[in-house]
Design a protein around this ligand. Structure first.
Ligand code: P6P
Length: 334
C-alpha cells in the first residue's frame, strides 16, 4: 500500500493546475487543513486519557454547551490558518462573528475565506463515537487589501471553490472536493501521512440506508413522516435499513460509500432544522453533488439558498439522488 498509493501532498501538486486563478494558495490552504487535522486527530484519539473531554463550561452562539475538544479543535484550525497567512477571514460554529485575518492590511493579497465546523458531533466524544471537522472555502467577494465583510461569508453554496471533511473514526480520513470530483485520503498514523485510499468517491443512484433521528418523528413535516413510512414498507427492495450515528460526517460518509440518505428536517425544537447552512450543509452538499448525489432542504437545492445569517439553520436531506428525489416528492405531496 505505502509504496503505490499517492500521498495527499502529491495529489495536491498533481492537481494544482486544476485550481483556476490561484498561485498555489488553495493548495497551501488544503495543506494547512491537513496539518490541523493531524493535530486534532492526535488529541481526539487520546481524549479519554487526558482532561480534554466533557463540557468546557461555556455555551456557543447556538446556546449549546461547548465541549472542551470543540474549543480546542476550533483554536487549532484558526491558529493554523492564521499562522500560515493564507486566508483573509474565518467563520466558525464556535465563534459568534467571523474573524478577519489581517484583511485590513492593504498588502494582504489573500483571497480565500474558510467557514468551519471544527468538531461536528462532539457530544459523541465522551462515548467514543466518531466525530468530524467540516470546512467550506470561498473566494472573497470584496476587494483584496480591504477588510473582509459579512458578504464575503454569506455566499451561496454554489460559489464554493472547495469543501471537505475530516472524519476521526476507526481511521482518520480527509475527504474533499475542489469541483473536480471527490477523493478520500486515509492517515497512516505511524508516519503521519495521508494516502489516497478512496479515489473518485460516488454515491450510488439508489441506496437502502436511511439516517434520521426518529425520536423526533412526531414533530416532522408530514412529507417526511410519509417518506419514513415508505422506507419501512415491505415492498420491492424495502424495508430499508435504519442507521443513525448522530454524527453528520459519519452518517454522510457511510451513506456515500454504501448508498443512502441522511435527513435532518424541521422539528419542534429546531423549526428551521438543526444543521447550519454555511459550515455544515453547503460543504456536504458540494461534496454530495460532486459525488453524483443530491442535497436539498426538501424543496430547494441547498447550494442555491441565499444565506442571510452566519449561523442560519436549514432542513437538510442529502445522499443518493433517487432517494433524495423520492423524499422531495413526498414533501411536495404533503
Ligand atoms: P440529534 C451533531 O450535533 C449534529 O450537528 C450532527 O453531526 C448530527 O447528525 C446531528 O447534530 C445529531 O442531532 O438531534 O439527532 O442528536
Amino acid at each position: 500500500m505505502l509504496g503505490k498509493a499517492k500521498t495527499l501532498g502529491e495529489f495536491i501538486i498533481e492537481n494544482q493546475s486544476a485550481f483556476k486563478y490561484t498561485s498555489g494558495e488553495l493548495s497551501r490552504l488544503i495543506n494547512s487543513i491537513r496539518l490541523a487535522a493531524k493535530v486534532v486527530n492526535h488529541d481526539v484519539n487520546k481524549a479519554g486519557l487526558v482532561d480534554i473531554i466533557g463540557a468546557h463550561g461555556d455555551k456557543n452562539i447556538q446556546g449549546e454547551d461547548q465541549q472542551k475538544l470543540d474549543v480546542y479543535a476550533n483554536d487549532i484550525f484558526i491558529q493554523t490558518l492564521k499562522n500560515r497567512n493564507i486566508v483573509c477571514g474565518i467563520a466558525s460554529e464556535e465563534e459568534d462573528d467571523f474573524i478577519s485575518i489581517n484583511s485590513q492590511d492593504e498588502n494582504n493579497q489573500n483571497k480565500y475565506v474558510v467557514l468551519i465546523d471544527p468538531l461536528d458531533g462532539s457530544s459523541n466524544i465522551d462515548v467514543n463515537v466518531s466525530v468530524g471537522t467540516i470546512f467550506s472555502i470561498y473566494r472573497r467577494v470584496t476587494p483584496v487589501g480591504t477588510p473582509v465583510t459579512i458578504e464575503d461569508f454569506l455566499q451561496k453554496g454554489e460559489a464554493q471553490v472547495a469543501a471537505g471533511y475530516v472524519i476521526y473514526g476507526t481511521s482518520t480520513m480527509i475527504v474533499y472536493t475542489t469541483g473536480h470530483g471527490v477523493n478520500g485520503f486515509t492517515l497512516n498514523p505511524a508516519i503521519g501521512t495521508f494516502y489516497l485510499s478512496h479515489p473518485d468517491m460516488q454515491f450510488s443512484e439508489d441506496g437502502q440506508i436511511y439516517s434520521v433521528n426518529e425520536g423526533n418523528y412526531v414533530h416532522f413535516p408530514q412529507g417526511i413522516k410519509n417518506y419514513i413510512k415508505y422506507c419501512q414498507m415491505e415492498e420491492g427492495n424495502r424495508p430499508y435499513t435504519s442507521r443513525y450515528i448522530g454524527s453528520l460526517v459519519s452518517d454522510f460518509h457511510r451513506n456515500m460509500i454504501k448508498g443512502g440518505i441522511y435527513i435532518y428536517p424541521q422539528t419542534a425544537k429546531d423549526p428551521n432544522g438543526k444543521l447550519r447552512l454555511l459550515y455544515e450543509c453547503n460543504p456536504m452538499a458540494f461534496i454530495a453533488e460532486q459525488a453524483n448525489g443530491k442535497a436539498s432542504d426538501g424543496f430547494n437545492r441547498i447550494m442555491d439558498i441565499e444565506p442571510t445569517e452566519l449561523h442560519q439553520r436549514v432542513p437538510f436531506i442529502c445522499g443518493s439522488k433517487n432517494m433524495v428525489e423520492k423524499a422531495e416528492e413526498f414533501m411536495r405531496q404533503q
